[in-house]
Design a protein around this ligand. Structure first.
Ligand SMILES: [Zn+2]
Length: 269
């Protein structure tokens, strides 16, 4: 029988309340909408933390990040992390170079970040969904998340505030690393050789607790070190579950709307 007007028949409700049945036969109110949210957060103590040599958190100057998170659990069964870039380029950078830079950014993000992990959503009423996470770059004229600033020459590419500074010949790997920063990942290396301040980095897990801190090398790790990752060492392409945890942190907030009456739990798999 068709359900109309969002009103459930009594049997439908009973089915929803019985996890054994709803596991195989979801009720009409399950996965009934997609979720889209513009995320704008301070990453410190939310996504990651920096610790000194003895494991004390110190006041590292974390920035804020912004991106769009779409959890398409009703329609496409995917999650999309989208970042919108507005291009600004030096006068010395010609059209061909701008086109090449756009291509390299898209290539770096697709090649390294797509198909790395999925969002697992466990709903006690509706069952479990595994949603592959896709990453998307959009170029816009306004309403951008970041300025994509293409220089003729820029020695150390990086994200400062909402500006991504690159050279016209920056390669896809560097774009992939910097894209990681754009959506909230920290460097897994220290910046200062003279202090022990940023000796350790720790990620927050999807449940909001802090993971075991890891020691990080000064100024980039050895790319061939088995513990190295895309956020630690130049050219390394290892992406781990922890690099997706922040998506699950946001998803947990998005799903657990006020008055829901049950706890939906998200994780990265
Ligand atoms: Zn970096």
């Amino acid at each position: 029988m068709a359900i109309s007007g969002g009103v459930q028949s009594p049997s439908e409700v009973a089915r929803c309340e019985d996890p054994a049945i709803s596991a195989t036969l979801p009720c009409a109110s399950c996965w009934s909408k997609d979720y889209t949210k513009e995320i704008k957060v301070h990453t410190g103590k939310r996504y990651s933390d920096q610790l000194n040599a003895v494991g004390e958190s110190y006041n590292y100057n974390f920035g804020t990040v912004q991106y769009k998170l779409s959890i398409l659990c009703k329609t496409k069964n995917i999650v999309v992390v989208e970042i919108r870039f507005k291009i600004e380029s030096d006068d010395a950078v010609n059209k061909v170079s701008v086109t090449q830079a756009k291509k390299s950014l898209i290539e770096g993000v697709k090649k390294y970040w797509d198909n790395q992990f999925s969002l697992k959503v466990v709903d006690p009423k509706c069952g479990t969904k595994i949603l592959p996470i896709e990453f998307k770059v959009l170029f816009v004229k306004s309403d951008e998340h970041y300025i994509f600033k293409i220089h003729d020459k820029y020695d150390r590419e990086g994200v400062t505030g909402y500006v991504l500074d690159v050279s016209k010949d920056t390669g896809p790997w560097t774009y992939a690393h910097e894209f990681g920063h754009c959506y909230g990942l920290p460097d897994e290396y220290g910046y200062n050789p003279d202090t022990e301040e940023n000796d350790q980095v720790a990620y927050y897990k999807p449940d909001g607790t802090l993971d075991t801190p890891m020691s990080v090398p000064y100024n980039g790790g050895d790319p061939s070190d088995p513990a190295s990752t895309i956020m630690a060492a130049y050219g390394n392409t290892i992406i781990l579950k922890r690099h997706g945890w922040l998506i699950a942190i946001e998803a947990n907030e998005i799903f657990n709307e006020r008055g829901l009456g049950r706890r939906i739990v998200c994780d990265i798999v």
